[in-house]
Structure formats: structure tokens, C-alpha cells
Design a protein around this ligand. Structure first.
Ligand code: UDP
Length: 462
């Protein structure tokens, strides 16, 4: 086994008899592109040639992956209304990409010749691709970039206005109660998942249906983290599941970053005391309101600990970047706080100065935090994030959930629980133990290592 970069692992290339090609197709969002390109690298390292079909919108940077062939297809993404809900956007992409994808795939199969492409691997969210793959008799596997737990929640939850949940507000008496269909979640959690339960329900139903019709599911998770969920999924989905994650432990995400990462933060971190810094990032798509943004700032100022805050331009709709900060905020925090547009997140989490991660609980961020043993404070915004946050706080107990949104008093209390109090030490012990389990799973004979071998054999059997 070779080591690569900071703390990543390359499993030695197998001596596969024939070098065969795999065609992959990611959804065009950072949290989906990262794991798909990591998976492509993992499979390339196992002896496969790689072609990536991608949309014009959020195109990966080709020059960062000279060993892959890229084919771009039109997506008409810019015809979409900017404020559309996730379900609407995903269903739109499933329609707008269908013809260009079919043309591209058919052309590639002719170009590569019969028998030279082993299979298609698409993001599970591109559910239309199953019918295309069937029509050209190519096996299709899916990469599901969320947790297994999220898919269990998607199977169980009634996404429709008629369910009566999605229009409830704080004033309703059952807002704080568990949802009977998936008791880990409270009504207030699922309300956050979508503003448009109909389109979300339609998307989820199409995705689950076509996942079941696929030849197998690849998950960016590891068995020891989600054992009960894996058992349920293996029972309910009669196709193989491969849990070979976390993918970024094989290959870091920096090369697939769509935004330039500000690496100057690493030397700033070098000057901070061990485990003293609060790292804050809400990922690549979540939005917060101006008043929520200001509560974050006030909360950080009141805590008085050093912080590194990723403020993505546009995270506050209508704002260019930092205009909405409270007056004199930057002067008052001085060198005790850094704000950047985009950070080298995995390096930040691996840095000894980082003490906790205040996160939106995107699945990649959650896994990256687990892999570095960094306790979390959770502010989930939408789609799968509220599910991940419940697993982090209530099941794995490796973080604290900001139950009542962004309010400076609650923020200060939650971060102190993790950074200062005894409870924080216990949380750190539990997440450190998970970090050790991740490392074991990737070693020769470990569950992820075995699952990768199983996946390679399975693909070679097509
Ligand atoms: N990320 C990054 N720099 C940042 C913030 C995030 O490189 O400043 C990366 C992060 O490491 C992760 C991805 O962007 O791999 C975000 O994916 P996630 O699933 O956590 O959230 P999403 O962006 O899909 O909401």
C-alpha cells in the first residue's frame, strides 16, 4: 500500500487481466462531483480507463484530471428559475439532460467498440439514465452520495403536502414531536428538508425506483458507521451494495473543487493553540438569511474563541460577500478570526488547531469530520442534512444539534458544550473512536477494503 498526500490511501493497483472502461456521470454540484471524481480515481487505480460525461453547468476542471477523458453535454441549467427548490431542480435536470446524454453515450459506445465498456456509473439522482442504459444494454450502477440513513429516511417519509407535516410552523403543537414514519426525526427537522414536498416526493420516488432497477449501489460510507441501515437496505433492495468509503481517504477532494481554496488559512492555523479554533462552513449550496448571518457573527464574537469562517459569496441572497456583517465586527475580532470565501476543508479539519466543526451536515462534510475526529455543531439547512444531523447528535453522539436555528445565545451555548465542557470531551472520545474504525476499515482485510475488492470483481464480471 502506498500513501499519498496528507493522510490518504492508495490501494495498490490490481493486475486486472484486461483494462476496461467505465463511464461515469455525476450530478453537477460540488457535494456530488467530489465523491464521483474520487470514485473515478479509485477505479482508475484499480486498472480501469475512465470517461466522465458531465453537464456544462459546474464542469469539473479537466486539467486537474489528465488521466480521464471528459465529454460535456448541454443541460439548459440557466433556463431554470434561480429560486427553484431542490426537487424541482433535480427533476428539471433529469429531463433537460436526457437527449444530450443519450446521444453522447451512444456515440461513445460506437467509438470505444463493442465489449470495451464495462458499465455506466451515474449519480443515483440521475434516475433517467436507467432507461437509457437499458436501451443500449449497458449495466448501470449508481453512486448514492448520501448516507444510508438518508435513504432509509427517504423511503419512510411521506413527501406530500397532504401528509400535513410540511406546512407546520413553530406555533403548531406537534412541531417538536417525532415523526411516526421515521421516529429519529422530529417534525421540525423534516419541515426543513424541502419547501416543495410534491416535487421532492416525485424526485425521491423516481430515484428510489431506478436505484432498485440498477445493477448495484455504491455508497460513500463505511460498514461500521451504518451497520443497521446497511442491513435494512440490503434486505429491502435486492441488488448488491458496496460500502467502500470514505472515498476522500483514497483521494482528497481538492482536485475536484470548483472554487479555488484559500490555502493561506493553513499558516494562520499554524499560529493557533491545539484544538482551539471553531471552523464554520455551510457547504456549497445552502443559503442563510441576513439575520441568521448576523446571529452567527454575534455568536462567534460573544464566544471569544478563534474561528475560521467560510462565507461563500452569495450564501446570503442579495449580498455580495461580507456587507451584512454587524458594524465593527472585523475590527473587534482582529486576528482572532479569519473569514474566507472557500477553504481547503479537509486540511483544515486535519489541522491540530481545529477544535470543532460548525457544519450544515452535508454528507461529505460529516464524513470528513469523522475521519479527522473533529466534533461537530450541526446547523442543517435542507434535503438530507437534517437526517445527517440527527444521526450525528442522537445516534452516534459525536456532535451537538443547534435545535432552534441561528440564535446567538443558542450558538454560544452549543459551541461551549463542545469546546469547553465535559460533554465535549466525551463527544471527542466517541468521534476519535470512529476515526480509528475508519482507518481499520480501509486497511487490508477491513470492511471498505474488502468492499472495494468486491466491487472490482463485480464490475469485471459484467
Ligand atoms: N468544501 C471545500 N471548501 C469549503 C467548504 C467545503 O472544499 O470551504 C468541500 C468539502 O470538503 C466537501 C464539499 O465541499 O467535500 C461539500 O460537500 P457536502 O456534502 O459537505 O455539502 P454540500 O456542498 O453538498 O451541501
Amino acid at each position: 500500500m502506498e500513501t499519498h498526500g496528507r493522510d490518504t490511501i492508495l490501494i495498490s493497483t490490481q493486475s486486472t487481466a484486461t483494462r476496461r472502461r467505465i463511464i461515469l456521470f455525476p450530478l453537477p454540484f460540488q457535494g456530488h462531483i467530489n465523491p464521483m471524481l474520487q470514485l473515478a480515481n479509485i477505479l482508475h487505480n484499480q486498472g480501469f480507463d475512465i470517461t466522465i460525461i458531465h453537464t456544462e453547468y459546474n464542469s469539473p476542471i479537466h486539467s486537474n484530471h489528465p488521466h480521464f477523458t471528459f465529454k460535456s453535454i448541454s443541460d439548459r441549467f440557466f433556463e431554470l428559475e434561480t429560486k427553484a427548490d431542490a426537487g424541482v431542480i433535480l427533476q428539471y435536470l433529469n429531463r433537460s439532460c436526457e437527449d444530450p446524454f443519450r446521444d453522447c453515450l451512444t456515440g461513445l459506445l460506437v467509438e470505444y467498440g463493442e465489449g470495451s465498456v464495462s458499465c455506466l456509473i451515474t449519480d443515483a439522482g440521475f434516475h433517467f439514465t436507467q432507461a437509457v442504459a437499458d436501451s443500449v444494454k449497458l449495466p448501470r450502477m449508481v453512486l448514492r452520495t448520501s448516507s444510508l440513513g438518508c435513504v432509509l429516511a427517504y423511503v419512510a417519509l411521506p413527501f406530500s403536502s397532504e401528509s400535513g407535516y410540511f406546512n407546520l410552523t413553530k406555533e403548531d403543537s406537534n412541531y417538536e414531536t417525532s415523526v411516526p414514519e421515521f421516529p429519529l426525526m422530529k417534525v421540525k427537522d423534516i419541515v426543513k428538508m424541502t419547501n416543495n414536498p410534491e416535487s421532492m416526493g416525485e424526485f425521491v420516488s423516481d430515484m428510489l425506483h431506478q436505484m432498485k432497477a440498477s445493477s448495484g449501489i455504491i455508497w460513500n460510507t463505511f460498514q461500521e458507521l451504518e451497520e443497521p441501515a446497511l442491513e435494512t437496505i440490503s434486505h429491502d433492495f435486492s441488488i448488491p451494495s458496496f460500502t467502500l468509503g470514505p472515498f476522500h481517504k483514497y483521494f482528497p477532494a481538492s482536485s475536484s473543487s470548483l472554487i479555488e481554496q484559500d490555502r493561506s488559512v493553513l499558516s494562520w492555523l499554524d499560529n493557533q493553540a491545539p484544538k482551539s479554533v471553531i471552523y464554520i462552513s455551510f457547504g456549497s449550496v445552502a443559503l442563510i438569511t441576513e439575520s441568521e448571518f448576523q446571529e452567527v457573527a454575534h455568536g462567534l464574537a460573544n464566544i471569544g474563541l478563534p474561528f475560521l469562517w467560510v462565507v461563500r459569496p452569495g450564501i446570503v441572497p442579495g449580498s455580495q460577500w461580507l456587507e451584512a456583517l454587524p458594524e465593527k465586527f472585523l475590527e473587534s475580532v482582529g486576528d482572532g478570526g479569519r473569514i474566507v470565501k472557500w477553504a481547503p476543508q479537509q486540511d483544515v479539519l486535519a489541522h491540530p488547531a481545529t477544535g470543532c466543526f460548525w457544519t450544515h451536515c452535508g454528507w461529505n462534510s460529516t464524513l470528513e469530520s469523522i475521519c479527522e475526529g473533529v466534533p461537530m455543531v450541526c446547523s442543517p439547512c435542507f434535503v438530507d442534512q437534517p437526517v445527517n444531523a440527527r444521526y450525528v447528535s442522537d445516534v452516534w453522539k459525536i456532535g451537538v444539534l443547534l435545535e432552534d436555528g441561528f440564535d446567538r445565545v443558542g450558538i454560544e451555548r452549543a459551541i461551549k458544550r463542545v469546546m469547553v465542557e465535559k460533554e465535549g470531551e466525551e463527544i471527542r472520545e466517541r468521534i476519535t473512536s470512529l476515526k480509528e474504525k475508519v482507518n481499520l476499515s480501509l486497511e487490508e482485510g477491513g470492511s471498505s477494503h474488502q468492499s472495494l475488492k468486491g466491487l472490482v470483481d463485480y464490475i469485471l464480471s459484467f
